[in-house]
Design a protein around this ligand. Structure first.
Ligand code: NDP
Length: 278
């Protein structure tokens, strides 16, 4: 019988731990405030921003919201970030991605001060992560490590296959798994004989953004499967990258969508905000 890894429950435990930490810090006069910037009206981004603000409220972190129009230019956003970098009352800065097409995302990420980079996307944070120095870890891969550990899944010595090589999920996932002593293979759209590779995975992490692409035939009997995908079908229903009903019985443990990796991403963001005030 397989186990469903309950990201909602685990993320709630983490948020409760963090809430206690925030109240201890508040007693010593340390307060956390996160600036959340959204440019444009992408509906998915609006939902993510709302969820992050709700989590801040729960944990006791103040969130200061900046909703800029779709037409905002690069210079205005850069100026806002520089102002926030200079403010002592703001410990974390989050720019919700994707930005409108006319903007240069890389420049925006580089403008955020590395000390306030709670998303962990700044090249300084990425560099520290790669060489194993303390710093802000990217929230989704860090959330996956936490999910595995708190579900009692051993990572050391396991063969982990990461499907997807984006800067925000696949690549950092590789490094965090290596730090946990896993043997890691990263596969992507140019990988040949994909099924042969995924079927070797003790832990298969899927982040490709293709609804229900991975069916049971890609999975080794008894593997742990982590589904990062968030896709919407024609009825606006959320679907993962894994065909859950078919795949689950072949696994020993699997994350659902929704209620798996998604809530962990937000919990890790809260954790990074608290690290920022420490
Ligand atoms: P990207 O589109 O940036 O990257 C997708 C990756 O998947 C690429 O490396 C691509 O390969 C690879 N890929 C695409 N199709 C295939 C295929 N058929 N076979 C093998 N590899 C393939 O996506 P993200 O990493 O940003 O996100 C992935 C998914 O995770 C999305 O559904 C996204 O919504 C979700 N997500 C969920 C989060 C959460 O909190 N739960 C957070 C972040 C993302 P190539 O590089 O060759 O193009």
């Amino acid at each position: 019988m397989y186990k469903i890894i309950d990201g909602k429950k685990i993320s709630q435990e983490i948020k409760d731990e963090l809430k206690k930490e925030v109240s201890v810090l508040a007693k010593s006069g340390k307060k956390a405030a996160l600036a959340v910037i959204q440019a444009g009206d992408n509906p998915a981004s609006s939902t993510y921003v709302r969820n992050k603000q709700r989590a801040c409220e729960y944990v006791g972190i103040e969130s200061v919201s900046y909703h800029l129009s779709e037409e905002t230019n690069q210079e205005e956003l850069v100026r806002l970030i520089k102002d926030l970098n200079a403010r002592d009352d703001i410990q974390g800065i989050l720019v919700q991605l994707p930005l409108p097409e006319h903007m240069d995302e890389d420049e925006i990420i580089r403008t955020i001060s590395p000390e306030k980079d709670v998303d962990g996307f700044h090249p300084v944070s990425v560099g520290k992560m790669v060489i194993g120095q303390p710093g802000f870890l990217p929230c989704t891969p860090a959330g996956i490590i936490e999910l595995l550990k708190r579900s009692g899944v051993e990572i050391a010595g396991k063969h982990c296959v990461v499907l997807g090589r984006s800067n925000i999920v696949g690549k950092p996932m590789l490094h965090l798994l290596l730090q946990e002593d896993a043997t890691v293979t990263v596969a992507h759209s140019k990988t040949k004989n994909l099924k042969e590779i995924t079927k070797q995975a003790d832990i298969l992490i899927v982040a490709i953004g293709k609804a229900e692409f991975i069916d049971a035939s890609y999975i080794k009997e008894g593997a742990v499967v982590i589904d990062v995908g968030i896709n919407r079908d024609e009825n606006n229903k959320l679907k993962g990258d894994v065909k859950f009903d078919e795949a689950a019985p072949k696994t020993s443990a699997i994350t659902p969508v929704p209620g798996g990796v998604g809530p962990m991403t937000i919990a890790m963001l809260m954790r990074n905000c608290i690290s920022a005030i420490r």
